[in-house]
Design a protein around this ligand. Structure first.
Ligand SMILES: Cc1cc2nc3c(=O)[nH]c(=O)nc-3n(C[C@H](O)[C@H](O)[C@H](O)COP(=O)(O)OP(=O)(O)OC[C@H]3O[C@@H](n4cnc5c(N)ncnc54)[C@H](O)[C@@H]3O)c2cc1C
Length: 456
């Protein structure tokens, strides 16, 4: 019998076990269907596309989706989730600082990307004059190559504190005070913390339906990955590793944002179940001549259909069919002219793609007209802030879809309406990035400790 079982060894699960094991003697078992961090070799890094290993080494295992990711720490309570939903501003800032200190202690680099007040004023004014908001975020860049070392250090620390890991085992079912593994093994426990990340979001929904855990549907983001010459992003990337801009479009007044900027990075093909999509990554020791970033339109649905995941999947399905199993690539100039891109046009293009498992095509055949309009308008707005972003040679890859799945109803300690069941991280819809996933893990841990009468 364990005291706490944590499902998922991503940032939410690791930081939850960190908090519990440093503040109590409770027996913690972390279960993950993926491999240990050293074994998480991802062929994607060598081949430039995801080969869909099972479980996917990019998304599963110790470190979670962040385990071999780019590792940009966005040190703001309202980026990658929103801690203000659960606490006041000071407590939220303190929690982000606490997460950052743990990352630093385990090898995250000291360098903090933060604009000076003059730089911030310059970019804010420049953006505002184009109807764009520049979101200033202090950031730390661990880098894909170094993230593993940081995760290893945290895992070793946890093991020394007595945390047990059960890896390459999927939790099939959750029961009250027990979990059942895929081989039928039942492990009893007092508390369960469910932190399965985005890859486990559908599974979590099924468990929530079965157990009566309350939730609602969150919005999704649908858009493209934009690839431009690195040189035009240099001035902004010098002060912000992952610069964030937000805007509202002219025609539809839709909310659009830049996300996950990979300066001198690479675009990558991803496979979510049967569907393909795109993402980006950058490395500390390997560079391209391009910079890529996601340009995402926020979509919320109201009655009669609130299930945004189904909507996103239906777009991904069309993209998978039209791309013949590969993401689509299109020159912005071709999208403007209403014609598909061809390999000839892509080869003659001034900007050379960093992903080749793509099909030149017409993104307007895949994304809804409203989203294509939003993308074209927001790129033109962004071009006034960063000249060159909306040139005809700019490359667009589609689809890039961020599913936030369901949002579980929780109190400020991530406790669900079911006794002794807590949630944390992206899978429960309470975060969308490394830092806030870790922070929600800590909150859940504190909730468990509080129930045990241990004050933090
Ligand atoms: C390629 C890529 C790059 C990214 N780069 C950044 C970045 O630079 N900065 C940033 O802030 N965010 C980044 N993110 C997002 C970030 O990784 C996630 O927000 C974060 O990892 C979420 O943490 P989590 O603990 O909630 O879930 P995850 O990290 O997804 O971990 C969940 C874990 O649960 C396990 N699991 C799921 N279901 C089960 C089950 N039934 N049984 C057992 N185990 C299960 C999975 O195997 C997984 O290891 C990136 C994501 C990707 C995919």
């Amino acid at each position: 019998m364990k005291d706490v079982i944590i499902i998922g060894a991503g940032p939410a699960g690791l930081f939850a076990s960190y908090e519990i094991s440093t503040k109590s003697n409770l027996k913690v078992l972390v279960i993950d269907m993926g491999k240990d961090v050293e074994k998480r070799e991802c062929p994607m890094e060598k081949l430039g596309y995801c080969v869909n290993c099972k479980p996917c080494n990019l998304l599963h295992g110790v470190g979670g989706s962040g385990g071999i990711s780019d590792g940009t720490l966005n040190l703001r309570p309202d980026i990658g989730g929103n801690l203000f939903e659960y606490m006041n501003e000071k407590d939220a800032m303190d929690l982000v600082k606490y997460v950052d200190e743990i990352f630093l202690k385990h090898g995250a680099p000291d360098r903090l990307y933060k604009a000076s007040s003059e730089e911030e004023e310059y970019w804010s004014r420049r953006a505002a004059s184009a109807g764009v908001e520049f979101v200033q975020i202090p950031q730390r860049h661990i880098g894909s190559d170094n993230t593993r070392n940081v995760i290893k250090s945290i895992r070793d620390f946890l093991k020394k504190r007595g945390v047990e890991f059960l890896l390459e085992k999927k939790v099939e079912e959750i029961e009250k005070n027990a979990v059942i593994l895929e081989d039928g093994t039942k492990i009893e426990t007092k508390y369960i913390l469910i932190a399965p990340g985005r890859p486990g979001a559908n599974w979590l929904k099924r468990q929530a339906d079965k157990l009566g855990i309350k939730y609602r549907y969150g919005p999704i983001d649908v858009g493209v990955r934009v690839e431009v010459p690195a040189v035009i992003m240099e001035p902004i990337c010098r002060i912000n590793h992952d610069p964030k801009f937000r805007m509202r479009t002219k025609t539809y007044d839709d909310f659009v944002r830049t996300f996950c900027v990979n300066h001198r990075g690479f675009v990558v093909k991803e496979k979510y179940g049967e569907f393909i999509g795109v993402n980006g990554y950058s490395m500390k020791n390997k560079f391209s001549n391009n910079t890529n970033f996601a340009l995402l339109v926020n979509v919320t649905l109201t009655e009669p259909i609130e299930n945004t995941t189904l909507y996103g999947e239906s777009i991904a399905r069309i993209a998978t069919i039209l791309g013949g199993g590969n993401p689509l690539i299109q020159r912005l100039g071709d999208l403007r002219k209403g014609r598909r891109s061809t390999w000839k046009r892509i080869k003659e293009n001034l900007i050379k793609p960093t992903l080749f498992s793509v099909t030149p095509g017409d993104i307007a055949m895949v994304l809804p007209h409203r989203i294509v309009t939003d993308i074209l308008e927001s790129l033109d707005m962004l071009d006034k802030v960063i000249p060159g972003v909306a040139s005809d040679s700019t490359l667009l890859y589609a689809p890039e879809i961020k599913y936030y799945a369901i949002k579980v109803e929780v109190d400020k300690y991530m406790k669900t309406n079911i006794e002794n069941i807590f949630v944390a991280g992206d899978g429960a819809g309470v975060s969308r990035g490394l830092v806030i996933a870790a922070a929600t893990g800590i909150l859940a841990a504190r909730g468990i400790l509080k129930q045990e009468g241990i004050e933090c």
